[in-house]
Design a protein around this ligand. Structure first.
Ligand SMILES: Nc1nc2c(ncn2[C@@H]2O[C@H](COP(=O)(O)OP(=O)(O)OP(=O)(O)O)[C@@H](O)[C@H]2O)c(=O)[nH]1
Ligand SMILES: [Mg+2]
Ligand SMILES: [Zn+2]
Length: 355
């Protein structure tokens, strides 16, 4: 195992100083399960927990290690270690944490490319594709669209879907694959590069685990079987795991997530709707909301038919969602800060009394 095989590439090295390990080992978190981690290093893999001080200083869930993180560990014995520090992430895929609203949880970090999987048939939806694109752009991850289950439709229908995508989303590469027949897999494999990390995103049941399993050449993860339509015993992915592919490259399967929102204002929407972003430069007012203003270049393009109406609507929908999310986060942070101060004061008072 080399650090390159583990995914240490130029993007990661911008944030990691290999000369500053202070006698600790550099590793990558490959499995996360309820605050227990497996960390892979050049030498081996270790069951790991975080130090108490890391836990104490964590201000939100995002400060805890996540799958894909580069970490400094202190090795205890052959198979256990302690995580001393989480190194800065060059990209991070976030979602609203379950339970505590407004808190974000990292789904995967240090990912270079996201395969946004959508199955042909009922799952096919351009608005949802744009949503996933915005999510990956705002996470600083390069998207590739993967149409799956193409064995289920005739080729002329597939061509129609591809045209629909191309008309609305011209600048993102599109692959069409079948996990059953492995059609399209050569193209997919050509994309995979050693030292690069990939994640698989998309709704539940679209074939993310099937794809990951096929790439790994063995049935490591259980794949759900839709034919047992009682949905009992249906195994859908519930944990996250980073897999080092035999041919090079690293892949992170994710559970199909409904609540994967646009968790940051990092410009993901602007990047996704590049045509609209371009148009906004010509709006008459700098603070144009592109909803009703006279002299709005976006509305003019909409009127003339140059801009797709559905795309325009989806743009506004995602913008509203982002604004809502940002405001709940700000509220939450404020509240947490106050609670944190109160808690520390009580602890201090207790401590003083004991003295
Ligand atoms: N016909 C066909 N079926 C597929 C294909 N890919 C996956 N399936 C089936 O679709 C079902 C769901 O596949 P999974 O790989 O578990 O889907 P997933 O995206 O990992 O789902 P979650 O883990 O719930 O998010 C399984 O029954 C697969 O056999 C495909 O390309 N063609
Ligand atoms: Mg799965
Ligand atoms: Zn405007």
């Amino acid at each position: 195992m080399t650090l390159e095989n583990l995914g240490l590439n130029e993007s990661a090295l911008e944030f990691i100083n290999l000369d500053d390990l202070q006698g600790l080992e550099l590793g990558r978190v490959i499995v996360e399960h309820k605050e227990r981690y497996i960390v892979q290093t050049v030498d081996g893999s270790y069951q790991a927990e975080i130090t108490g001080s890391l836990r104490y200083s964590a201000e939100s869930r995002a400060d805890f290690p996540a799958v894909g993180d580069w970490v400094k560990i202190s090795v205890l014995d052959e198979d256990s270690a302690i995580i001393i520090e989480v190194l800065p992430r060059f990209s991070s895929l976030e979602r609203q944490a379950v339970g505590r609203s407004g808190d974000t949880q990292i789904i995967a970090s240090n990912v270079d490319t996201a395969f946004i999987v959508q199955a042909v048939g009922h799952d096919f939806n351009l608005n949802r594709l744009e949503r996933y694109l915005a999510i990956s752009h705002s996470a600083s991850i390069t998207p590739v669209i993967v149409l799956s289950k193409i064995d289920l439709i005739p080729s002329d229908e597939l061509e129609k879907l591809k045209t629909q995508i191309h008309n609305r989303i011209p600048n993102v590469p599109v692959l069409a694959i079948s996990n059953e027949t492995e059609a399209g897999y050569d193209e997919l494999k050509d994309l995979l590069k050693r030292g690069q990390s990939y994640c698989v995103l998309g709704s539940s049941g679209v074939g993310k685990s099937s794809l990951t399993n096929n790439l790994l050449h063995n049935a490591k993860m259980e794949v759900s079987d839709i034919s047992s339509s009682t949905s009992k015993g249906r195994h859908t992915t519930s944990h996250r795991e980073l897999i080092i592919l035999p041919e090079g490259g690293i892949i992170i399967d994710t559970p199909g997530m409904r609540e994967l929102g646009i968790a940051s204002e990092a410009g993901g929407i602007e990047q996704t709707f590049d045509q609209i972003t371009e148009l906004t430069r010509n709006c008459k007012f700098n603070d144009c909301t592109h909803t009703e203003e006279v002299g709005c270049a976006v509305l003019e393009a909409l009127e003339s038919g140059e801009l797709d109406a559905a795309s325009f609507e989806n743009y506004h929908k995602l913008m509203r969602e982002q604004a809502h999310f940002s405001s709940t986060i700000a509220e939450r942070r404020e509240k947490d800060k106050k609670m944190g101060k109160l808690y520390k004061r009580i602890q201090q008072e207790k401590y003083n009394k004991r003295k």
